[in-house]
Design a protein around this ligand. Sequence first.
Ligand code: PHE
Length: 430
Amino acid sequence: MATAFSFAQALLFSKTSLSLRTNGLKSFSFCLPFSSSSAALSFDKPHSKKWKQPVASVLEIGGVKISKDDVLRDDPTNNVPDTIFAKLGMQLHRRDHHPLGILKNAIYEYFDTNYSNKFDKFDDLCPLVSVKENFDDVLVPADHVSRSYNDTYYVDSQTVLRCHTSAHQAELLRRGHTHFLVTGDVYRRDSIDSTHYPVFHQMEGVRVFSPEDWAPGTDATCYVAEDLKKCLEGLARHLFGAVEMRWVDTYFPFTNPSFELEIFFQEKWLEVLGCGVTEQEILKRSGKTDNVAWAFGLGLERLAMVLFDIPDIRLFWSTDERFTSQFLKGQLGVKFKPYSKYPPCYKDVSFWISESFTENNLCEVVREVAGDLAEEVQLIDNFTNKKGMTSHCYRIAYRSMERSLTDEEINKLQSTVRELVESKLKVVLR
Ligand code: PHE
């Protein structure tokens, strides 16, 4: 697998990330959110866990009141676990001393300097959005994998936790904004490893051009694509210094042409962002028939892990002072000094899978039980017997970044994982 795509949460909508996602043994049938197989998986209310922080039951985000009962419902159309509700309203990107806040501010600085404060900034928009905003408004096809119950957190059949900041594009265009940046927490059901976490942060940028911006007779799409590339190359230099870069053609439902920018950093090609010229249909629907626009989306964790040398994505959520005290407002790229690394503990679980089994569902169970103590879930064995039954063996790595775990504690977690895997995922333990 190309290193460029194995680094961190890949862009969900690009072709490359789609193929990356189908490489594993996840089932990626192009299913609608509530196909019979996915509806079978209704998560029960989570078990009480003493290591969990208490969570406020009513939040206010961007002027929207969200109550816990609205987001976590005992209903087959709802697949949001308690652990995800606990992240709502945390808004790590709004903390000036947090690596994600420092990075956001550095990007703001680039746009403010180069576009004389023309970009409107939004970083407090509510992450609960409609299916229409998240998918339809940005032309995501009805059968696109990202709409599946396996990939996206649904609050009900019409409401999701946004899986990308592109969910706000159409509304902001309709409201008349022509230059804007949207930063926010985004939510995706996913695997467990050092670069994947079900909540992460993105920044979206959109710029709309009018006919007077390009010379008569020139191709507007080419003009806008060139402007986009110049803008983002400048941003990459602002963040990473004089790095080597390359543009890769790709596909997104909402842009055409579409590109990914990669930079050569620490001996590897690293995918930095996805972007492109906005599909004309999106502009047309927001009443901008004569305009052309560009858009980009970037993952803040992916960039911050490289810029600050942060080895594990869970660290962004750490409240340990040994982590938080290392970052200061305005200091981009201060290298993180790891404090003592506690040993991991590995436990294997094997089972005969059922038709509806997916790795994301397994990871959801593991996170529900172990929270941030789950470091990695890896398929280590996979075979089909003569009767056509398929067995999977997963190795779960448990590790705390803050303390040593006791055998007793791990054994308890593992036995709960085994119980829940059997009861919720309808597999047969071996
Ligand atoms: N929304 C895309 C993703 O999350 C990123 C993107 C945004 C690509 C805007 C192009 C334009 O994968």
